[in-house]
Structures are given as structure tokens and as C-alpha cells.
Design a protein around this ligand. Structure first.
Ligand code: SF4
Ligand SMILES: [Zn+2]
Length: 471
């Protein structure tokens, strides 16, 4: 369903959102910049990247960044002005890099729609920006309009050795989006994503993992519905976020948190959560993270290298007590479901799991356990009966169709017997838990059909999980 603009969400649970592309130095804000910024704050916009389009606007961006704590600058020359760039201008632009609060190079790229500069000049200037960004290890902000083929060709030339950036106000096809993602790029979409006739753009946005999505206004241009045609401003991100929430099937708070985390990852602005979370929300579910310990080392697991899921840090400094878990949960009233999950195996902490589940059950909550199915060997006894009446649904990672393959992919500390233990656990759980499901992660070499047959034989549901989608 397409959301009407009347659904204006202000301030997403005090979560900071980041406008990664604004032009607040433009004359449109000459008289009321302070009120624009105060409306931005009210709408939860914590930081803004003001993007240069010429040497002079780049200098203005830097001046704004020095004047306002929450504004950061990007310096660059828009492809429209590519013909006019003298060596002197370029050297001066280069000399700006290194100053404080300059977080990116751009906007640069190719614009074959307006064709304000010859293609060749645009290409030369684009390459200069890419080389500059790489030299200073800065992300690049790319403008690409009706020039995807050449844009990708040039990006491919520079892809090795740390090229990073965002293709802003993305307007290409799903194939181009994929090519940009393959190059490691982030993508951002401005106000047009909210237009009634932009279903195609929303369908393309849906193919972009939310972990690669950034928010931007490109203000003063491209106001979202229902402000279309008016001057845009950072506070209007509150009209864009609910549309992304619909596209991704997430909550507006999820979109705010995830895109802010993404902006941190690319531009280094803002702060990620430093402490691992015990209880964390995604959509209408509350997830409980009891431990970082796990009896496996799955090849696809990011537990030790990048323990973030949907913008939440899950790396616990220490394991929480029952009381700390309950305190972290607070009032579970607003959640449809509570899930024991996290980057670690919940049955490593069976007693805490049972005590917390009992408390939540007494409050009428629906409870799910995501497990690797090693609970019996971890605890030295059959545990399914102990979960009876506490857990409504158990999802067990089957991960492979044979014990050998399982051992190779998941490296269980218990060796090959782990696979047989998990199969036994599925059988025991099926007797006492209302819903039991096994899952596999879609990775090369796994025979999904055979895994499905195993599930059918066991009489449980089967689910295929996407490799790069967590939470
Ligand atoms: S079972 Fe889960 S937490 Fe453990 S290594 Fe595998 S993916 Fe990571
Ligand atoms: Zn712009």
C-alpha cells in the first residue's frame, strides 16, 4: 500500500536521522536557515551533509559546517560545471580537503540528461574526483543521470583499493542498482520515492539491501509528497521514512536507526551503539540477546567480525543476569512476539532463557526461540521438555543436508555428532512445542531440495533464509 503524505511521523522515538545530501548554502535558505534547522532538529534530523557543487559552494559548505555543529561538508564540482574547471580551480578545491568536518568528495559524476557540459569533460572531472577521494580515503558522492553505462565503466576503473561512496538520488534500473551494490556503493533516494507514480522506483529500492540505504533530501530540490513542487528541507525526511518503512516491511524507527548506522559506516558521522544490546526491537518483535557464545563457527556468520544487525550492536561486553534481561525488556506490551536470538546460541544460557521466557509467558507473550539445535549436547541432557509451555515456536538451523557438509560449513565444536544431535532435538521439540521449523541459509553448495525433504520427513516446516538478510 502507498502511504499518504498525511502520515507525518515526527521524531522517531528520539532517534537521530541523517540527511546525507543537502544544499543549505543555496539562496533558497538565505532568509530562514535558522528555522529550517530548528524544524530539522524537531523532526529528529541529527546531522546533515551539505554537498558542494562548485568551488564556491564547496567553500560555503565548509563555512556552514564551521557555523553549525551538526552540519558536515562535502567538496566537489557538479558535472554540469565540468567545462569551466581550470587547473587553478581544481588545485584550490584539492587544497580544501583535509579540513575539519569534510566527510566526502562530491558531488561529482555524469549528467547526460541536462548535458550542460560535454561528456568528455564530465568524464575527466569525474575521474579526478574519484582519484582525489581514494587518495584521501574519503567516500565519494555520485550524481548519475542518464549516464549509467559510462558511470559504471569509470567506477569499475577505480574500484580496487578502497573506493567507497553513494550514488545519490538513484534513478537507474534494478540492474544498474545491482552493479553499484556490487561495487560496494550505497544508494540513496530523495523525495520522488514518495510520488504516487513512482512504483517502479520503489520496486527498485526494494532490491537494495537496507544495509546499503541512505536518506537524503537533495534540498532545496525534489520535495516529497505532499510538498512536491515546494522548496525541500531536511525536516521533510519525516515524509520519506514511512515510505521506506513500507517498502522494506520495517518500522519507521528501524529505517531511522539503520540509515543512521549506514551514514556512520560510510561517512564516519554520528556514533554507532558502543554497548551490545540485551533486548532490541525490529518491526513489532523484540529480540533477546543472551550471549555471544556459540557452539559453531558458521562460515557466513558475522558474530566476531561485524556484530551489527539492522543497526543494533549485539556484541555483549558480558552476559546479562535474569534481572538485567527483564530490566532491558521493560514492558513487552507493544511487541507481537519476543524472540530469543542474537549473535550467540541462546541455549548456552538455558536457565536464564527459561526464567525470562516464564516471565514473558505470564504476561501472555508469544515466544520464539532461534537455535542451532545443540541445546542437548551443550547442556548434557535432553532439553525439549523443559521448554514445553514456555516457547511457542522453535526455529532450528539445519544448514545442510548431510553431517559432513554441516561440519564443513558450520564447524561445530562437537564435531559430526552435532548434526545428529540437532536432528534428535527437532524430533523431541516436535512432540512438545506447537510450531517447529528448520531453516537453511541460501549459500552455494547447499542442496535446498534435499534439506526440504529432510524437513518433510521430520514433519516440520521449512524455511530458506537469504544469506545477507539478518533480522
Ligand atoms: S549458529 Fe548462529 S551465531 Fe552461531 S556461528 Fe552460526 S550463525 Fe553465528
Ligand atoms: Zn545535490
Amino acid at each position: 500500500m502507498f502511504l499518504s503524505g498525511a502520515f507525518l511521523v515526527k521524531n522517531f522515538n528520539n532517534m537521530m536521522i541523517i540527511d546525507t545530501h543537502a544544499h543549505l548554502d543555496f539562496p533558497e535558505y538565505k532568509t530562514d536557515l535558522d528555522s529550517v534547522l530548528s524544524r530539522a532538529r524537531e523532526a529528529g534530523v541529527g546531522s546533515i551533509i551539505n554537498v558542494g557543487t562548485s568551488l564556491s559552494t564547496s567553500k560555503k559548505c565548509i563555512a556552514l559546517a564551521h557555523r553549525f555543529e551538526n552540519i558536515y561538508a562535502s567538496v566537489g564540482i557538479h558535472p554540469h560545471g565540468a567545462t569551466k574547471v581550470s587547473e587553478e580551480t581544481w588545485l584550490e578545491l584539492e587544497s580544501l580537503i583535509g579540513g575539519s568536518k569534510i566527510v566526502a568528495v562530491g558531488e561529482t559524476g555524469l549528467d547526460y540528461y541536462r548535458n550542460k557540459s560535454p561528456h568528455e569533460d564530465q568524464q575527466v572531472l569525474f575521474e579526478k574526483h574519484l582519484a582525489l577521494a581514494k587518495k584521501h580515503d574519503l567516500p565519494v558522492i555520485i550524481h548519475c543521470r542518464e549516464a549509467s553505462e559510462d558511470c559504471l565503466k569509470i567506477l569499475n576503473k577505480y574500484k580496487n583499493g578502497g573506493l567507497k561512496g553513494v550514488v545519490h538520488c538513484f534513478s537507474g534500473t534494478a540492474e544498474v542498482a545491482k552493479a553499484c551494490l556490487d561495487l560496494g556503493m550505497f544508494l540513496s533516494f530523495a523525495g520522488p520515492i514518495t510520488f504516487k507514480n513512482a512504483q517502479n522506483l520503489r520496486d527498485i529500492a526494494k532490491t537494495v539491501p537496507v544495509e546499503r540505504l541512505l536518506l537524503e533530501t537533495d534540498c532545496p530540490f525534489l520535495s516529497p509528497h505532499p510538498k512536491r513542487g515546494e522548496r525541500n528541507e531536511p525536516s521533510y525526511l519525516s515524509l520519506v521514512i514511512p515510505v521506506f518503512a513500507e517498502i522494506y516491511g520495517l518500522s519507521p524507527e528501524d529505517i531511522a536507526r539503520i540509515t543512521s548506522f549506514n551514514a556512520y559506516a560510510l561517512f564516519g558521522i554520528g556514533e554507532p551503539e558502543l554497548e551490545g544490546k540485551i533486548a532490541y526491537a525490529i518491526r513489532n518483535s523484540l529480540y533477546i540477546n543472551l550471549t555471544n557464545r556459540c557452539s559453531m563457527e558458521c562460515s557466513f556468520c558475522m558474530r566476531t567480525t561485524y556484530p551489527f544487525v539492522k543497526g543494533h550492536n549485539l556484541h555483549l561486553k558480558r552476559e546479562p543476569t535474569i534481572e538485567e534481561v527483564l530490566q532491558s525488556i521493560g514492558d513487552p506490551g507493544r511487541y507481537d512476539e519476543v524472540v530469543f536470538c542474537g549473535y550467540g546460541e541462546p541455549t548456552e544460557r538455558l536457565e536464564v532463557l527459561k526464567a525470562v521466557a516464564a516471565d514473558l509467558k505470564s504476561k501472555g507473550k508469544r515466544i520464539r526461540l532461534d537455535t542451532n539445535g545443540h541445546g542437548d549436547i551443550i547442556n548434557g541432557r535432553s532439553i525439549a521438555n523443559e521448554l514445553k509451555g514456555l516457547i511457542d515456536t522453535i526455529c532450528i538451523s539445519l544448514n545442510a543436508e548431510t553431517a559432513e557438509k554441516y561440519a564443513a560449513i558450520c564447524k561445530p565444536v562437537f564435531g559430526e555428532k552435532a548434526y545428529f544431535a540437532l536432528i534428535q532435538f527437532v524430533k523431541d521439540a516436535k512432540k512438545v512445542i506447537p510450531n517447529v521449523q528448520v531453516s537453511v541459509v541460501e549459500i552455494p553448495g547447499i542442496d535446498i531440495k534435499k534439506c526440504r525433504e529432510i524437513a518433510v520427513e521430520l514433519g516440520v516446516d521449512f524455511r530458506v533464509r537469504k544469506h545477507d538478510v539478518l533480522g
